[in-house]
Write a protein that binds this ligand. Structure first.
Ligand SMILES: *[C@@H]1O[C@H](CO)[C@@H](O)[C@H](O)[C@H]1NC(C)=O
Ligand SMILES: *[C@@H]1O[C@H](CO)[C@@H](O)[C@H](O)[C@H]1NC(C)=O
Length: 414
């Protein structure tokens, strides 16, 4: 894998070393019209000049970060261009008065293989909308997730990850600086991600789903604070490139393939353990957690007496979801978790200075000692021994089965 990464990096360098970037041609895909603003890679229609200026700046930052720096396939290349040699085309973005319930939408033109965006005009300068839709275009031009039912719901966390990375990540800091684009405020919804951590990891159920909120998993595998081999800045791109074509597998299958030697259960278990204190390499999100934590619903357990607890029926972690259980008390803590199915349990211990250490509970059991000022959280993730082929629009069967567990604690109470 290291080999492949360096080959890709080399290819990107060679592109960067070209003396002239290919010229991106204008097209009228999506209808054309009067151009409000044109930039090297985009054309904006139907917006005021102030709105269009902001939109092209944001889109050029996103283009520079994702395609230039992180090596995604260019949105200027036709979907149908198997050689990836061009010609290159600008993407059209249309400001429109209404899109039904949506603020923005990505469209593709199968004949030319180009994508275009429609954005309700008053949102066209809002990166949470326009860069989100550009994220869909990135996914479209990477090709392998297209027309696969089981990737369908994952287009939303992926696009929100693109928008949040654009706004807040050090990975896009160089591109932001190049265009004088200030850092934005994260859209992370910790009340949903942590307060409903028991849900299936990506769940697109109408009304109750988490598919717009579940993107911090993608931030975690991108920032890779655990330094697992093969994970890092290009992981989300690789979850598309290494997606087995026309397999209708889930993106987690692709992540498992990308990660190679690290079991997917370890990755998901540690992701949730790190969400105990939002220790995923995202500074704004971690600060927000410290402000919001007292308002998050942590009501996961019922006492069954003598320091034993059972997970509430409606909080049993579903497929690749978790219970996050802050513990009270000081000094030594022991935890012993038992369940009817495989799980990954971890104690996350946060010191006063904000650093967090993680104690894996082998076979569900383990202990740790909280030093003065340290706090601990027990995290139990439902990590079945093999991945499920599931459609996040239909949470039924194995991915709707909760982990029914009990836990015995000494030295701590939930
Ligand atoms: C927190 O979650 C529990 C378990 O689902 C529920 O019974 C309780 O009403 C919730 N509390 C609040 C304040 O929403
Ligand atoms: C924070 O505290 C922990 C535990 O006392 C220590 O190991 C770590 O080095 C400290 N980190 C910083 C940045 O001071």
């Amino acid at each position: 894998m290291h080999c492949i990464v360096s080959v890709l990096a080399l290819a990107a360098l060679q592109v960067g070393a070209q003396t002239t970037e290919p010229t991106f041609q204008a097209n009228n895909v999506g209808g054309g019209g009067r151009v409000s603003k044109e930039s090297p890679h985009f054309r904006i229609f139907g917006a005021s000049s102030t709105q269009a200026d902001a939109a092209v700046r944001e889109l050029e930052v996103a283009y520079t970060c994702f395609i230039g720096d992180l090596g995604w396939r260019s949105t200027g290349l036709s979907f149908n261009d198997a050689s990836n040699r061009g010609p290159y085309s600008k993407m059209n973005i249309y400001g429109v008065s209404s899109l039904g319930a949506a603020a923005g939408q990505m469209f593709s033109d199968p004949r030319t293989g180009y994508s275009y965006l429609k954005v309700v005009t008053r949102y066209i300068a809002d990166p949470a909308v326009t860069v989100h839709e550009f994220g869909h275009a990135l996914a479209y031009h990477e090709k392998n997730w297209v027309d696969q039912q089981r990737t369908g719901a994952w287009w939303e966390p992926m696009a929100n990850w693109v928008a949040d990375t654009f706004m807040t990540s050090p990975l896009c800091a160089k591109a932001r600086a190049q265009y004088n684009q200030p850092e934005g405020r994260t859209q992370i919804d910790l009340n949903k991600v942590i307060g409903s951590s028991h849900q299936t990891i990506v769940d697109a159920s109408t009304g109750s789903g988490n598919y717009y909120q579940s993107w911090p998993l993608l931030t975690y595998v991108t920032n890779n604070p655990d330094k697992y081999p093969n994970l890092g800045p290009t992981t989300v791109r690789e979850m598309m490139r290494q997606y087995k074509q026309k397999s209708n597998e889930t993106p987690l299958h692709a992540l498992e393939r990308v990660a190679q030697s690290t079991p997917i259960q370890t990755i998901i278990g540690r992701y949730w353990a790190r969400m105990a204190y939002v220790d995923i390499g995202h500074t704004q999100a971690q600060q927000l957690f410290q402000q919001l934590k007292t308002r998050i619903n942590y009501s996961n357990l019922d006492s069954t007496g003598s320091g034993t607890y059972r997970v509430k029926r409606n909080r049993r972690p579903l497929y690749m979801g978790a219970s996050i259980i802050p513990l009270k008390g000081t000094g030594a803590v022991t935890a012993k978790v038992t369940a009817n199915a495989p799980f990954t349990a971890t104690l996350a211990i946060r010191s006063q200075n904000g650093s967090v250490r993680y104690v894996d509970l082998a076979n569900g059991a383990g202990e740790a000692t909280r030093a003065s000022g340290e706090e601990a959280t027990l995290v139990i993730a439902n990590t079945p021994s093999s991945l499920a082929l599931y459609d996040a629009f239909s949470i039924t069967g194995v991915v709707a089965q909760g982990l029914d567990y009990q836990v015995q604690l000494t030295g701590a109470t939930p």
